[in-house]
Write a protein that binds this ligand. Sequence first.
Ligand SMILES: [Zn+2]
Length: 287
Amino acid sequence: MRPTHLLLALALSLATLPSHAANPRFSLVKTSQTETLDAFTYEGGSWTDKVKVNHTAVLIQHHAATLLFDTGLGRQVDSQFEEMPAWDKPLLQYGAVTPARNRLDRDGIKVDRILLSHVHWDHASALVDFPEVPVWAPYEDIEFSHISTPPAVLPSQFKHKVLWRPYVLEPEAFMGFSQSLDLFGDGSLVLVSLSGHTPGSVGLFLTLDDGRRFFFTGDASWRLEGFTGPHEKFWFSRNMVDNDREKTANVLQTVHDLVQTHPQLTIVPAHDAAVQDTLGYYPHWVQ
Ligand SMILES: [Zn+2]
């Protein structure tokens, strides 16, 4: 190949790379939003104030792969939700849905891997929209998806062939957690166990090039206040969704302690719209 052709080929190959310098970067894909009483979200919340609740998929671009951390609500959520017991439906209502797959397809973004904070219906609803994408989860939560029942898990969410990629955390301490999994070996994306809300709940630390660090905490708490308190969920909600109350409380305390020693750390609970509003939403990138 002549040098000019070589340069042209190189330029074309570079042009097909994601047009970003920052590594990693993330964008919050808000698939739905609703409103609920503050008091329903954490113990001690207000009985008069309302708060916004998001269903968000976290889109992450790393040099090595494009990932989703949770899927938000998907194309089939309405039919999935029909499996929800009538008495649970009022508390778990959601607003208008814009599935992540629709938006990512429109923008030509291909997801290589899905990671789940846990297998609850509102985090795994859209797995069926990405049937070709491997889904990473700890053995404990894959097992939980098989044995759990509504309102935690809706069977139709997993009726397609899920390409499960089970993993185990390694005995490597990270940020106050005794076990972790460094996804790409560069410390930018590190999973830790938040077991309690479900047996295989995990949190994800994401560190940007400039050192800013974010901690996606799934549903250990629905609100930032759950960690700053710490406060458990409202007793009725807690009984409905927390698989192990004591372990969940321990997680709250661990993250509470972490916030004291690392005040610069940004905690991002999966449903906390107040926190997520400050970060902005897809197509805005945090980088
Ligand atoms: Zn949950």
